[in-house]
Ligand binder design. Sequence first.
Ligand code: ZN
Ligand code: FE
Ligand code: FE
Ligand code: ZN
Length: 265
Amino acid sequence: MMFDYHVHTPMCGHASGTMEEAVQSAVRKGFSEIGIADHLPLLYMDDPTLSMRPEDLPLYIDTVLGLKDRFQGQIEVRLGIEADYYPPTLGEVERMLDAHPFDYVIGSVHILGDWIFDDPREEERYEDIDIDEFYIAYLEAEKEMVATGLYDIVGHADLVKKFDRRASIDLTPHYRELLSEMKRMGVCFEVNTAGLRWPVGEIYPEPDFVRLAAEMGVPVTLGSDSHCPEDVGRDFDLALELLRASGYGEAANFKGRKIKLVPLA
Ligand code: ZN
Ligand code: FE
Ligand code: FE
Ligand code: ZN
């Protein structure tokens, strides 16, 4: 029983291969489930290389639902979405999430203030900030995101380490606060293998976070954050190793926004 819940498609403007090829890739790898979770239209900027446009969303939904039907009996296809947390657009995000039959919503913080801090084109701005304050502000934003109740899964919970610029302080108290809020709201997080493909070279979130989450009883799910079919399920052997070493014996699946815990493969 293995599944990948964080799979992007060319509709976001920065991924390759077709949606069908991503599903086929998961079938070839013997996965029981694949969750397509492309970027929800970003409302804070109009950049076709960062997300689909709002008018494309119905086509996205129809295509995923079509694949769900077509692959029935071979693999379960789930309709997911990766929705940003950016306070000025919350109302509009909620409206889009309510309008479609999503199985789950990944919540991600990619922007703080006016800075898309995970965009390599904006990397030089790291030179001008206090890195510790930045980590704290990011974890605080994730906590606010969880409190909105709009999201099921915290995406790449320590994305701020992407370019290997690390905080110098102990983040444990901030992790604990975030995880308590997740527990209160019934929100899980993902072990996301994309960090292995960026300068940081490490799964999101870091082992300390995963161990604490296991200790606090916060459920976890799995995602590759693939932007091409070959990366579906990539490095999941390492993800499973991390989960087992941290004390997890089960992981979360979703259907119709309802969580279900299944034993780890
Ligand atoms: Zn992307
Ligand atoms: Fe993301
Ligand atoms: Fe993603
Ligand atoms: Zn992501």
